[in-house]
Design a protein around this ligand. Structure first.
Ligand code: E4P
Length: 218
């Protein structure tokens, strides 16, 4: 399973990368805005800075909602670095853009996916990644993890190459459940990712080991 971090914050990306377990980064316009990044030049510079921190895929989202605009932006974003993945929303124009970009060997991440049908369309269009937003589904009393399971079944039935990227992660159990079901990738904010490291028995056990060591090593 690949671990991506879902942030545009350079310090958080650096911290996750320093663990040696980071495979990529996802961003979106809201995450960029949160960092105070605005204006095309600043946005592109920021993507470049992220791409310099990680070797793996870095998702950068288009702002255009029409086909021509999405394609134009995709080719501009692709110029930033080889590891840029163009993030395209799941819309009528978006599916056409994903198909076009896939035919031109440009990696895509189909974002804002909330149903099995949308995920099937993304795979048919040749998306590199599909991003079901599990936290946002849970927020409206729908079962986000079940959607990952359903997409896994559909993709396995037909051998689709599109990687399932579990997104909108709220807590560590979203990561664990996604792993059990067979999501190819999880993109998480730093906090749930780091929470995977913790267990109270680990802390207690380590405390005891060190206390015992100190008995004969004052
Ligand atoms: C995915 O790529 C999105 O950036 C992200 O996971 C959305 O998460 P949110 O629902 O916490 O905004």
């Amino acid at each position: 399973m690949k671990f991506f971090i879902d942030t545009a914050n350079l310090k958080e990306i650096e911290e996750a990368a320093s663990l040696g377990i980071l495979d990529g980064v996802t961003t979106n316009p809201s995450l960029m805005a949160k960092e105070g990044i605005g204006g095309k030049a600043m946005i592109f510079d920021h993507y470049k800075a992220i791409c310099d921190l990680v070797d793996g895929p870095v998702s950068a989202e288009v702002i255009s909602t029409d086909f021509d605009g999405m394609i134009r932006e995709a080719f501009e974003l692709r110029e930033i670095a080889d590891n840029i993945v163009v993030k395209i929303p799941m819309t009528h124009a978006g599916i056409k853009a994903i198909k076009y970009l896939s035919d031109h060997d440009i990696n895509t991440n189909c974002t804002l996916v909330f149903s099995q049908g949308q995920a099937l369309m993304a795979a048919k269009a040749g998306a590199t990644f599909v991003s079901p937003f599990i936290g946002r589904l849970d927020d409206i009393s729908s079962d986000g993890i079940q959607l990952i399971a359903d997409i896994r079944l559909i993709y396995d039935n037909y051998g689709f190459d599109t990687q399932i990227l579990a997104a909108s992660i709220r807590h560590p159990m979203h990561i664990i459940e996604s792993a059990k079901i067979g999501a190819d990738v999880v993109t998480s904010p730093l906090k749930p990712l780091l929470a995977l490291l913790n267990h109270p028995l680990t802390d207690k056990g380590l405390e005891k080991f060190l206390a015992d060591y100190r008995k004969n090593n004052p």
